[in-house]
Design a protein around this ligand. Structure first.
Ligand code: GTP
Ligand code: MG
Length: 254
């Protein structure tokens, strides 16, 4: 049984991927459960097996307590934390009859990845095999410095949540291969990547970024680059394969 946390910035495609990847896994014979941990989502393109809105629904909460969207989100976060045992026991229950559980996380990355909620959920389920998928919108990977930011964020999430996190480029149907090229250079060809950085940023920023790249490469193992289209269900076999590699600690690098 594998627990897959689907993480990413607002609008990166978490909910779409939860719907489409679960459909893909089922077509390939897996038993899949879907969990929605976003209290603010209005409509889901999949039928959740556990929906956190049973505990707290952002729209209702805002109305009831007269809160704005940000205050509402913080309050919803607090209520989810108070109910962490319910959340983890419901997910644990689902794990008894599943080969995969896909967890769709809240729209605001920081709510799950950088506050107490995510690490509490993950540590309460630490007996289950867990991996994080960090979705990056291909449209946000146009410059080498965007790659540095994406890698930094991936590492920050990994440190905070204390699980393996793999970077996945999403919405590849909307761009050319530039995002894949840039990420590949970062891992495979640091010299070319550094040249790209120097072209983009001169002076102190360029110097700082180059030093940062050296440090990041030291802490991030080389990885195959997986670029998918959740919407069009393209390359979901690559996603499946990289998740499998994380769990078995095998697979080819690059
Ligand atoms: N072209 C394209 N659009 C996509 C893809 N994946 C998601 N989208 C679109 O991106 C928008 C946001 O998708 P969601 O799945 O709601 O993203 P999310 O990360 O769950 O959004 P929040 O939960 O609000 O942060 C929707 O319009 C999707 O149809 C993709 O692979 N390609
Ligand atoms: Mg969503």
């Amino acid at each position: 049984m594998s627990l897959v946390y689907i993480l990413g910035m607002a609008g990166s495609g978490k909910t779409t991927l939860t719907a489409k990847f679960s459909e893909w896994l089922e077509k390939n014979g897996e038993i899949v459960k879907r969990v929605n941990l976003d209290p603010g989502v209005v409509q889901l393109p999949y039928k959740p097996d556990f929906d956190v809105r049973e505990i707290v629904n952002l729209q209702e909460l805002m109305r009831r307590e007269g809160l704005g969207p940000n205050g509402g989100l913080l309050r919803a976060n607090e209520i989810m934390l108070q109910n962490i045992n319910v959340i983890s026991s419901r997910i644990n229950e689902l794990s008894k009859n599943a080969s995969y559980i896909l967890i769709d996380t809240p729209g605001q990355l920081e709510l799950f990845a950088f506050r107490e909620l995510g690490s509490k959920v993950i540590s309460s389920l630490s007996s289950l095999n867990s991996v994080g998928i960090f979705l990056i919108d291909a449209l946000n990977l146009v410059r080498a410095s965007d790659v540095v930011m994406a890698v930094l964020l991936t590492l920050a999430i990994r440190f905070h949540l204390d699980i393996d996190v793999v970077m996945i480029i999403n919405k590849i149907d909307t761009t050319d291969q530039k995002p894949v090229y840039l990420l590949r250079q970062f891992f495979a060809n640091p010299k070319v990547f550094m040249e790209e950085i120097t072209r983009e940023n001169g002076g102190i920023i360029g110097e700082m970024t180059m030093q940062l790249v050296d440090v990041l490469r030291e802490f991030l193992p080389p990885s195959r680059i997986v670029a998918i289209s959740a919407l069009k269900m393209d390359n979901l076999d690559d996603l499946f394969s990289i998740i499998h590699d994380v769990f078995c600690g095998c697979g080819d690098l690059m």
